[in-house]
Design a protein around this ligand. Structure first.
Ligand SMILES: [Zn+2]
Ligand SMILES: [Zn+2]
Length: 306
């Protein structure tokens, strides 16, 4: 059996058409616009037992090709999205491994981080009006509460819906799927949420990809206003200052080396997109020592392009 996720409401369906779009008449689809098609597996995966290599097969085989199909076409031409997702995945793994192995933290769940990072941008498929979204928690006449501003906007809720749908389709238990989805909603707290946010904050450094910086210090100065105080990895931890700065510098360098939105080879690559970025870290491990050490630490990282 096969299930799919609707590209306009982000709900999962195992039927030919989307029940939610059918009932609400969304006006935006033919009720079968598929964002992701997911083959049912013989056995539901145990997320905590799944290693990074197993995860990468889903990421490379299903999730990244879906980003490519929906974001990179004649209508959208959003070539950057898939690059952001791939690099954020790499940054998230390096931070996760560092926090666990060097800082001795036990709190983060590798699987929660991986799936949330992987699925966090699908909600951007639908355009949002500019500016942050404001919702009223209680819309009744007597409402006393102030409106709540959600900085990340409606797309974060849609990404959360997509993550929930995807995990349910591959057989993950409802409470676990809901937990991963919650990580993508507004301002969650805890180690998992910090790593997910930091990974995408770090990729904002793509704004510096076309500038030359004569030294690492100059690069770090240029990076500060772009990270806007939102990059929390090892912040204020004096003994880890070098590691924090190494990651920022190397992220900038990796982004520059993989500034591939116009690269034909990259645009064409379906399966094996993350492996292509891994190859850069592998080839330039002298220039990217932090990433080489902490990203590749998990020996199961390697995705073999079949
Ligand atoms: Zn739908
Ligand atoms: Zn629809």
């Amino acid at each position: 059996m096969m299930g799919w996720i609707c590209a306009c409401c982000f709900a999962a369906s195992e039927k030919d058409s989307c029940a939610r779009c059918d009932s609400s008449g969304c006006g935006d689809c033919n009720h079968q616009k598929a964002l992701l098609r997911v083959e049912a597996e013989a056995k539901a995966p145990d997320l905590d037992a799944e290693d990074y290599g197993d995860f990468l097969h889903r990421f490379e085989d299903t999730i990244l090709p879906a980003y490519r199909q929906h974001f990179e076409n004649d209508q959208r031409e959003r070539w950057k999205t898939r690059l952001h997702v791939v690099r954020a995945m790499i940054f998230s793994q390096a931070m996760l491994n560092y926090r666990r192995d060097v800082c001795g933290e036990k709190g983060a769940s590798p699987a929660n981080v991986r799936y949330a990072v992987a699925l966090q941008s699908f909600g951007k498929l639908r355009h949002e009006p500019k500016g942050s979204q404001i919702i009223h928690v209680d819309i009744s006449e007597q409402a006393q509460d102030a409106p709540v501003t959600i900085g990340r906007g409606g797309w974060a809720r849609r990404s959360a819906g997509c993550a929930y749908s995807y995990l349910r389709l591959i057989g993950v238990a409802e409470t676990r799927a809901a937990k991963v989805a919650d990580l993508l909603r507004e301002a969650p707290k805890g180690a998992d949420a910090e790593i997910i946010r930091d990974a995408y904050v770090l990729d904002r450094l793509h704004k510096l990809a076309h500038e030359d910086h004569p030294s690492p210090d100059v690069f770090l100065q240029a990076a500060a206003p772009i990270l806007k105080g939102e990059f929390s990895f090892l912040e204020g931890k004096g003994e880890h200052k070098d590691a924090r700065e190494a990651l920022i510098s190397e992220a900038g360098l990796l982004i520059r080396m993989t500034d591939w939105e116009a690269d034909e080879g990259w645009r064409k690559i379906g399966r094996g997109a993350l492996a292509r970025v891994e190859g850069v870290i592998d080839d330039y491990d002298d220039a990217l020592p932090f990433l080489a050490q902490f990203y590749f630490e998990d020996p199961s990282h390697e995705y073999v392009v079949s």
